[in-house]
Design a protein around this ligand. Structure first.
Ligand SMILES: Cc1ncc(COP(=O)(O)O)c(C=O)c1O
Length: 367
């Protein structure tokens, strides 16, 4: 049993007990006031005009591509350093994921690589806020606007982050969040889409509710066919309890990050670079390990000592499926896939214990 986890949810049963009792007593488990309120609160928090809660970031991303009419033969350019869901949804619609390489410092899509990969078949760009870091999204947005290509932000990790004072969720044309337990705001499973577009909001309202023309059980007709990607009332309560404390959680995480950086930078660990005009939620605390360290052996050593760690994230073009099908490995992303490590970061973490173990591993390696 690992005693030091990567993250622990910032919510307890006590926080939700009363509201859960009300939901059980009323029998309103879906399409109730908590979903409505959480959507409004998410809009207020992100600055987006509209928010739609979903079952996950994956269904949110899939719905956004569907909304944009992405179909077989279309190309969607996607940041290569990400969780496979980012390209899986493109693949699922029969479209072609075009992998854009990323910066070795910020881990985010390189504008120069994006420019190179735009073709007449490019129908959307998916920028991933790698590990919660939106650095560079505004530059990508300018390129997309110049080419008249819609920008989807895979903000699965980025609730609470911002660039140039604009929060993730209201920078891109469409943004998708995850509320999975590894994320800062946890609803068990869950996600959301935000947008400022009236037209797209209408589409989402109908399509995410089976194609019905009403939300609160008042549908008169089904003018469209549609889907059910809805979040439940219980999950929405969890989200509402956390969104009010999010900024405090982010401030705490930034303090923990500074503690790690102070100790690990002198050992040659390089922290993910965050732009000067960026607020980072520190969703995942990721370092590139020094060249003389075997990353996987370090992870194994930490595990033996009760400390959970993981790779930074994946290189999409290097996963088995994409390598076999597209054979176009992105070099920087591949390096990050092999050289980055995520370390535990949450309110109860004992940073000195993690650092002590890293130092011990390094001195054993040098013997
Ligand atoms: C960048 C990114 N996109 C999408 C997802 C998928 O999120 P979900 O589990 O909510 O579907 C994840 C999950 O970790 C992610 O990190």
């Amino acid at each position: 049993m690992l005693e030091t986890r990567l993250i622990k949810p910032y919510i307890t049963f006590d926080d939700v007990e009363e509201d859960f009792k009300d939901i059980f007593a009323s029998g309103i488990f879906t399409k109730g006031k908590n979903v409505q309120e959480f959507q409004s609160e998410l809009s207020a928090y992100t600055g987006a005009k509209y928010s739609f809660l979903t079952t996950s970031a994956t269904t949110a991303l899939w719905a956004c591509l569907k909304l944009l009419g992405i179909k077989a033969g279309d190309e969607v350019i996607v940041s290569d350093f990400s969780f496979p869901a980012s390209s899986n949804v493109i693949e699922d619609l029969g479209a072609i994921p075009v992998f854009a390489d990323v910066s070795l410092e910020t881990y985010n899509m390189l504008p120069s690589d994006l420019e190179k990969k735009i073709t007449p078949r490019t129908k959307a760009v998916m920028f991933v806020d790698a590990l919660g870091n939106p650095t560079g999204i505004s530059a990508i947005k300018e390129i997309c606007a110049h080419h008249n290509i819609p920008l989807i932000e895979d903000a699965a990790c980025a609730i609470g982050s911002s660039e140039n004072g604009i929060r993730c969720g209201s920078i891109a044309d469409l943004s998708c969040f995850s509320f999975h337990p590894r994320k800062l705001l946890c609803t068990g499973e869950g996600g959301a889409i935000t947008t400022n577009s009236d037209e797209w909001a209408k589409w989402l309202q109908v399509k995410l509710n089976h194609g019905a023309d009403g939300m609160l059980g008042k549908a008169l007709d089904f003018p469209e066919y549609g889907y059910n990607f809805r979040m439940s009332e219980l999950q929405a309560v969890m989200g509402r309890k956390q969104i009010i404390t999010l900024d405090k959680i982010i401030a705490d995480r930034n303090r923990i990050k500074q503690d790690y950086v102070k100790n690990l930078a002198p050992l040659g660990f390089e922290i993910q670079k965050i732009g000067d005009n960026v607020k980072h939620n520190v969703q995942s605390l990721v370092f590139t390990v020094p060249a003389n360290i075997a990353r996987d052996s370090l992870m194994e050593f930490l595990k033996e000592n009760g400390i959970e760690s993981s790779i930074g994230t994946y290189a999409l073009s290097s996963t088995g499926y994409n390598k076999n099908k597209y054979n176009c490995i992105q070099p920087n992303s591949r390096i990050l896939f092999e050289r980055t490590i995520t370390l535990p970061c949450y309110h109860e973490v004992d940073v000195s214990y993690v650092v002590k173990n890293i130092i011990e591993f390094m001195s054993n390696q040098n013997k």
